[in-house]
Design a protein around this ligand. Sequence first.
Ligand code: S3P
Length: 180
Amino acid sequence: MYNDLKHYNLVFIGFMGVGKTTISSKVSKILNREIIDTDKKIIEKTNIEISDIFNQFGEEYFRNIESNIISEISTKKDVIISCGGGSVIREKNVSLLKENGIIIRLTANPHTIFNRVRKSNSRPILKNNMNEQFISSLMKKRDLIYKNAADITISTDYKSIKEISKECIEKSIQFIKYNK
Ligand code: S3P
């Protein structure tokens, strides 16, 4: 059954705190595939933490490195890609990721997200805005971007990691069957 996914990348997108890192890691274990995390790649490449890149050089600089990483990794096949929450803001990144990949958008409601990210200080976008209201309004602003980029959408609210991962794999197989 997993053979149907052969040659395709599974690309996880969505707002901060939807569970991209956790789910992509579980899916990579189930499928026994390499996992690439764009934020980790950025840190590896620059040797600077994400929040320090934002502080010292600004968001545009961060987005440029992010785009370079995406253009590098999107040529791969058979990998799992976990994207930073803003990776799909640039349309060019989306079309590159789509070339070899199925784009899986994970969602969660603002309350769930807030509870998942509230103790984190590694997300510069939320640094001075760590509240449910800000999360909700930024989610609304970005919603269409995620929707338009996605091949598949999966809600993560009130589900286990195992359930979500299974759903991601099954829906990807269905997507390939009917669309590729
Ligand atoms: C960002 C999300 C972060 C990280 C950076 C910017 C965003 O990744 O790339 O802080 O703009 O949504 P996560 O979605 O993994 O938190």
